[in-house]
Design a protein around this ligand. Structure first.
Ligand code: HEM
Length: 413
């Protein structure tokens, strides 16, 4: 059990292997020192403590993400392997889209993909702009404020609530439930937070179930309406599948977009010359968002399960082992980008692996890009004197796989 391994205990036999995860302070503070070394010396690395193979080269990461002979289902991994950590048999029937294999994956994805097309998402722009403006209005610019709590957390939750079609009167309650659910799963949660999470889960489920029943009676032009009406090749989604899909969107889309807004702001504030370029030429925003995704990705690593014995770049990987694609390392591979650790919004090539790849490529990529662009341009246009607030250190979240800040205190005067 991972939780029982002491991360700082040098007596743990392979303690060094646990360095490859943000729960370890050295990785949180300077992951590139570790990942560059690994890429140069051992790009297909056997992590014996976590029972996985870690890939750090861009080519290997891209190939593994696209390889349909690997599985996304954590239960295809053997019980000791990293991808299975924390899961019990009770989780098996409820696996969400990112962890399904075909044919279930193809069937479900076909039914939800339309709602996330570039066109469908672009139509949301005015509403996202309105949400950003309302949240910025609530910030008192004369005092330091926490960008994460005041802006980057509420924005994606409100956007997804509107997309789903949650009624205005219920939006604040919906947001409170989503926050309680996310806090209740965070490491270090208290018993009270777990109780709140369970109550909030019930509240969220009831709210979505009610909306499904209403849409079946009276169709509406929102995401829950689209999911109830979705039909492809004679297939429809059951109520449970619609409920699970809505919940997956909340989980997959909220923390990640929050962290893109947080990480992107920090990158710009630490590189004021790049912020100045954006102010001079707002047409650079889409390129800037791609560079933020490359430079400091919200999802640091993603897994596949190996279902047969095989060689990756000549190194043996066993059936049942997790293969971890280090997206952060791939984005900073010198074979992919010159000066990979520079933050440069004007790069000729913007390739990155931050949305995964292959059949599971992030469904919400267009939405995340639009939300980040609207949120960050409104923030930097609204506050011309924005800077990191003195006296407030930045701390990364100590959680595996994801890479964002706990808080980002800013001052605007
Ligand atoms: C899948 C990253 C935002 C919904 C993924 C994957 C990654 C990822 C790495 C795994 C892909 C793979 O297995 O190869 C991100 C990042 C985001 C973001 C960095 C923000 C910056 C969103 C949003 C939504 C969303 C806003 C929806 C509201 C999904 C879904 C999947 C997914 C449903 C599973 C797709 C499938 O398995 O077919 N995302 N995501 N994501 N993401 Fe995102």
């Amino acid at each position: 059990n991972l939780e029982r391994l002491s991360m700082d205990d040098p007596s743990t036999p392979d303690a060094m292997d646990i360095r490859l995860d943000a729960r370890h302070p050295a990785f949180r503070e300077d992951p590139h020192a570790i990942l560059d070394d690994l890429r140069a010396r051992c790009p297909v690395h056997q992590d014996s403590v976590l029972d996985r193979v870690v890939l750090t080269r861009a080519d290997d990461v891209a190939a593994v993400l696209a390889d349909r002979t690997l599985s996304s289902d954590p239960f295809k991994g053997r019980p000791t392997t990293y991808g299975r950590a924390g899961l019990t048999d009770a989780d098996r029937p409820d696996l969400p889209l990112p962890f399904l294999d075909d044919p279930d994956h193809a069937r479900l994805r076909r039914l939800v993909v339309q709602a996330f097309s570039v066109r469908a998402v672009e139509a949301l722009r005015p509403r996202i702009e309105a949400i950003a403006a309302t949240l910025l209005d609530r910030i008192d610019p004369t005092r330091p404020f926490d960008l994460i709590a005041d802006y980057a957390v509420p924005l994606p939750t409100l956007v997804i609530a509107i997309m789903l079609g949650i009624d205005d009167a219920e939006i604040e309650q919906f947001k409170a439930w989503s926050d309680a659910v996310l806090i209740g799963y965070a490491p270090g949660r208290t018993e009270a937070e777990v109780r709140d999470r369970n109550a909030a889960n019930d509240g969220l489920n009831d709210c979505i179930r009610r909306a499904i029943v209403e849409r079946r009676r009276e169709p509406r032009d929102d995401l829950i309406g689209a999911l109830t009406a979705a039909e492809a090749q004679g297939e429809r989604l059951s109520d449970i599948e619609i409920l699970n899909t809505c919940r997956t969107l909340l989980v997959a889309g909220n923390v990640t977009t929050t962290d893109l807004i947080g990480n992107g702001s920090v990158a710009l504030l630490r590189h004021p010359e790049q912020a100045a370029r954006l102010r001079a030429d707002p047409g650079l925003w889409p390129a800037a968002i791609e560079e933020m995704l490359r430079y400091d990705p919200p999802v640091v690593s993603w897994n596949r399960q190996c279902i047969d014995d095989r060689l990756i770049d000549g190194c043996p990987v066993e059936a049942g082992q997790t293969v971890t694609a280090m997206l952060l390392a791939a984005n900073h591979d010198p074979a992919l980008h010159a000066a990979p650790h520079d933050f440069d919004i004007g790069r000729d090539r913007q390739k990155h692996h931050s949305f995964g790849g292959g059949a599971h490529f992030c469904l919400g990529a267009s939405l995340a890009r639009l939300e980040a662009q609207v949120a960050l341009s409104a923030l930097f246009d609204g506050f011309k004197q924005l800077r990191l607030a003195p006296g407030h250190d930045l701390h990364r979240k100590a959680i595996p796989r994801f890479g964002g800040y706990e808080t980002v205190w800013l001052t605007a005067v």
